[in-house]
Design a protein around this ligand. Structure first.
Ligand code: DGL
Length: 269
């Protein structure tokens, strides 16, 4: 174990602020670890863009974080993971974790009926990456997916409960409910904020799978497996970089991370 190397930060990036839900879980589970977060707030959303564009942005984000000397990378964005994880793993020399595989593993673990729902952005759902990940673990599974683009805006507006959120949730989720699923993967960074409404809409018998919690567990496993854990508990740092510093970012970041970010740096990617 190289104590000096292990002090290096975990790099986390997302198309914007949504990945803060993943960072929040990483910070909770791994309090000794340092981190650098990059939110590509100037180019969000990724969920409606083509694979080619999302890959280009992803590679720029990774180069930025590698220059900051990270020891491991978390692609906290479902859409970026869907379009670029495999190629990124082949291209860059550090361990890279996406948000899809951990969620898929959890779905296979908890679903007794082997009938799983997956919700995410257009990009994530169209890529069918969740389907492939789940079926590679157990080909007997039936997967029913649905893009839920408005959930992103609801989360960013703080409209996570109440009549409007519930009406939209019912509209998206009723077809999945009819498929008699018993687990639902929240395949987008923003959806954990709507957990309460989603649960009420889909019904109590359906287990919600929060990719952010599952991803934090995966990060812990990989750090352990590769002997990369930071054993030094003298206080960790968390640095934030964003590609556009709008007041919208500042307002909404707190909803996602659970605390105010006042020391961010704006960067050109
Ligand atoms: N971060 C994206 C995801 O998890 C949602 C927001 C976007 O479309 O960029 O897919």
């Amino acid at each position: 174990m190289n104590f000096r190397y292990n002090k290096k930060p975990i790099g986390v990036f997302d198309s914007g602020i949504g990945g803060l839900t993943v960072l929040k879980q990483v910070m909770k589970l791994l309090p000794n670890e340092n981190s650098i977060y990059l939110g590509d707030t100037a180019r969000v959303p990724y969920g409606t863009k083509s694979q080619e564009t999302v890959r280009r942005y992803t590679f720029q984000n990774i180069h930025f974080l590698l220059e900051k000397g990270i020891k491991i990378l978390v692609i906290a964005c479902n859409t970026a993971t869907a379009h670029s994880l495999e190629i990124a793993k082949k291209t860059f020399p550090i361990p890279i974790i996406g948000v899809i595989e951990p969620g898929a593993r959890a779905a296979v673990r908890v679903s007794k009926k082997k009938r799983v729902g997956v919700i995410g952005t257009f990009g994530t759902i169209e890529s069918s990456v969740y389907n492939r990940a789940i079926l590679s673990l157990d080909p007997k599974f039936k997967i029913f997916s649905k893009p839920c683009p408005l959930f992103v805006s609801l989360a960013e507006e703080g409209l996570t409960r109440g009549r409007i959120a519930r009406t939209i949730a019912d509209r998206y989720l009723t077809p999945l409910k009819q498929k008699r699923i018993d687990a639902l993967v929240l395949g987008c960074t923003h959806y954990p904020l709507l957990k309460g409404t989603i649960q009420k809409s889909i019904g109590k018998s359906v287990k919600l799978i929060d990719s952010s919690i599952e991803t934090a567990k995966a990060v812990k496993e990989v750090l352990k497996e590769k002997s990369l854990e930071n054993k030094n508990s003298t206080g960790s740092y968390h640095h934030f970089f964003i590609s556009d510093a709008s007041s919208h970012f500042l307002r909404t970041a707190k909803l996602f991370l659970g605390k105010v970010i006042d020391d961010f740096v704006q960067v050109d990617l």
